[in-house]
Design a protein around this ligand. Structure first.
Ligand SMILES: [Zn+2]
Length: 77
């Protein structure tokens, strides 16, 4: 037969499990948006503006000027 003390203890354990469960779930929700945010920042740092080579039109990083390929009229002279 369950005594009042044991029932109270069971209710206490159930409440403790519920509190821990909710805390874990809320922690997961806080972690989830942080990952894509750092990933996006990394991708922005890796992008570079490109512009066409003035001689042959091959896209090169902005500010480079002529592309420097052997086939390019600017390199051949
Ligand atoms: Zn070129």
């Amino acid at each position: 037969m369950l005594s009042f003390g044991k029932i109270l203890m069971l209710v206490g354990v159930a409440l403790a499990v519920m509190v821990v469960w909710r805390w874990l779930k809320s922690r997961d929700r806080e972690d989830a948006p942080a990952k894509p945010r750092t990933g996006r920042r990394k991708r922005e740092a890796l992008t570079q503006d490109m512009e066409p080579c003035p001689a042959c039109g091959t896209f090169v990083p902005a500010g480079t000027g002529a592309c420097g390929r052997a086939e390019c009229p600017a390199t051949r002279g």
